[in-house]
Write a protein that binds this ligand. Structure first.
Ligand code: F6R
Length: 615
């Protein structure tokens, strides 16, 4: 849940590392640090705050030359965010340096033992313990750095992606991985190290992704040497050619990544179904489902595990799978599921949904379900991510990199994939008539254009945001397919604007939350024509009679809700199961504008990180 970057080669490391850290800031941004080695001395700069703060501090206080460097952007786990706890960390001798993404769970006992043997610590971090353990092993065993790293890692419990170097051996960086991602970019007589490929994509398309329990010795002028941490077995680097391009990871004229990603949704949804949804042939092609159709057809039930926004996409999928394919579905928070000793049989299919493909709880839930015999299918955005590799089969969302911390296009593309799966299964099971199936295909094919129309509400939403930017609370209501959208709308608002918001099924209001309604309480209601419309209209009336202020998302041309609500936002008409793809758009825009008007950092909300690789 931190970002790491490293460089060794013939260029100046400093600009590569700073830019790389900026691209990885989505992973953590409470403090940052850099170390550079110019062949003679090491220059270290660390600070609480953003990479921009690190840049300012470094340029004012250190020499930024050096062809070897490591950088880190942190999301604090052990020790508060401050200069001292920021990475990189030196060993006691000052010879070894480390950057680390992950958690060393048994660091306290190791730290105590090291203190007894004369080691001292400046920071509260688990990482400083690890680098001193490496140093101790290196000295005691009289081994080279690579071997010392390996022996030390065999003593630790936890998760890590680390990069280490020894100032006495400045042509070499040692890296290792367990549970946190680590990519090595391979250039001409130069190597890049990063948590994902974005820091080095303009320099090389060739990369190796380390597998769990692998380490690599990266030496200038030599090929990468890979080995297993546990038993020293040689591993062979699988060099991939990356498809990522620079444009995809830059803001492209938008003020924020979040806004760019909201606006990318028509294209992203199209990319999700491109080559899979063949409406004219009445076909959906998805290799991961086609090759495992029997598993789905014979499934007792589908269990969906995910966290946050991906969990909300799972809730939408529950409605679709049960409604169209008539398969029982349970949706679970991965963090609860993994510790609950759930009853799982080999006739269960587990679908794990994750944008990043790195979420620790989802990954652990997958491992547990696999051990208990379930067939596990992944819906991920990041190609080659840990979850994509850990699952038996899967379908990528192809949304392109999502950099804004608040998920937007990940949500709609996850729903698109899950809808296609539900439709395929419905067809295979005969639970949907041929004509209905064709209708859905055509409707889904037209969704990008309708999302485009829904985006036209931007100006109207900005006006609404002006009226509510100073609210302290907000309720979101929806029913049926749009209940998860209400939850998602509330999550978007709270995470980026810090306004307390709750999502509820509209009919649950009268069982408690209605007590909160007064003239100060904005209530966002999703009241589209298809989907318990009359019931939702009654719920809206109940709020109005208690002086609540209503912002309603309605179907184009609606006249009934318009008469009751304070503001209406219109979205195009579509079938009920596909409506979340449209109703979620104005809610994303609303939270964006409110957060902006409140002066919040939209792309990097406080306390959050994009990729939650800790429990
Ligand atoms: C909210 C958000 C988070 C993520 C959650 C799961 O906007 O982004 O709630 O949805 O951390 O992340 P992934 O999908 O990467 O597993």
């Amino acid at each position: 849940m931190c970002g790491i970057v490293g460089y060794i080669g013939h260029r100046d490391a400093y600009p590569i590392i700073i830019k790389g850290l900026q691209r990885l800031e989505y992973r953590g941004y409470d403090s940052a640090g850099i170390v550079l080695f110019d062949g003679e001395s090491m220059q270290l700069s660390k600070t609480k705050g953003k990479v921009e703060d690190l840049k300012n501090k470094s340029e004012a206080t250190i020499s930024t030359s050096g062809k070897l460097g490591l950088g880190h952007t942190r999301w604090a786990t052990h020790g508060v965010p401050n200069d001292v706890n920021s990475h990189p960390h030196y060993s006691n001798s000052g010879d070894l340096v480390i950057i680390h993404n992950g958690i060393i769970e048994n660091y306290e006992s190791i730290k105590k033992a090291l203190i007894k043997r004369g080691y001292s610590f400046e920071s509260d971090t688990d990482t400083e313990v690890l680098i001193n353990l490496i140093e101790e092993v290196k000295k005691k065993e009289g081994v080279k750095l690579g071997k010392a790293v390996q022996l030390a890692l065999n003593q630790v419990v936890g998760a890590y992606a680390i990069a280490v170097f020894d100032k006495n051996k400045p042509d070499e960086i040692v890296v290792a991985k367990l549970g946190s991602p680590l990519a090595i970019g391979i250039g001409e007589n130069e190597y890049f190290i990063a948590s994902d490929a974005s820091p080095f994509i303009e320099f090389t398309n060739n990369a190796v992704y380390l597998e769990d329990k692998e380490m690599a010795i990266i030496r200038i002028g030599k090929e990468i040497k890979l080995r297993k941490i546990e038993d020293d077995a040689i591993a062979y680097p699988n060099i991939l050619e990356l498809q990522l391009n620079l444009e995809e990871i830059e803001k492209g004229g938008y003020d924020h990544f979040m806004l760019k990603e909201i606006y990318e949704q028509p294209r992203a949804i199209l990319d999700t179904y491109r080559g899979r949804l063949l409406a004219d042939q009445g076909l959906i092609r998805m290799a991961g489902i086609d090759q495992n159709l029997e598993k789905f057809m014979n499934a007792n039930r589908i269990i969906i595990v995910a966290c946050g926004t991906s969990w909300h996409a799972g809730l939408v999928a529950e409605y679709i799978f049960e409604d169209l394919a008539r398969i029982p579905v349970e949706v679970e928070y991965a963090s609860e599921f993994r510790y609950r000793n759930p009853v799982i049989t080999d006739n269960d299919v587990l679908i794990a949904i994750s944008q990043s493909g790195e979420t620790a709880d989802t990954l652990a839930a997958i491992k547990m379900a696999k051990e208990k015999g379930a067939f596990v299918f992944g819906v991920c955005n990041v190609v080659g991510s840990s979850i994509a590799r850990e699952t038996h089969a899967g379908a990528y969302t192809h949304a392109g990199p999502e950099i804004g911390v608040a998920s937007t296009k990940a949500f709609t593309t996850q729903i698109t994939v899950l809808t296609m799966i539900a439709l395929k299964l419905a067809k295979a099971k005969g639970s949907l008539s041929e004509s209905k199936f064709h209708e859905f295909l055509t409707e889904l094919e037209g969704i990008p254009e309708k999302v485009e129309n829904a985006l036209q509400t931007n100006e109207a939403i900005r006006e609404v945001a002006l009226s509510y930017k100073d609210s302290t609370n907000c309720l979101y209501l929806g029913r049926g397919y749009n209940f998860p959208v209400a939850l998602e709308g509330a999550l978007k608002l709270k995470e980026i604007s810090y306004i307390h918001a709750e999502g509820y099924p509209a009919a649950e209001m009268k069982h408690g939350p209605i007590a909160l309604i007064d003239e100060e309480m904005p209530v966002v209601v999703i009241a589209t024509r298809k989907g318990h419309y009359e019931k939702v209209v009654s719920n809206v009336q109940e709020i109005k009679s208690r002086s609540g202020r209503i912002i309603a998302v309605v179907t184009e041309g609606d006249t009934t809700v318009k008469k009751i609500a304070d503001h209406v936002i219109e979205v195009p008409e579509t079938s009920e199961p596909l409506s979340p793809l449209l109703t979620t758009i104005p809610l994303q825009l609303l939270s964006y504008h409110i957060a902006l008007m409140r002066g919040c950092n939209v792309d990097q909300p406080r306390n959050l990180a994009k990729s939650v690789t800790v429990e």
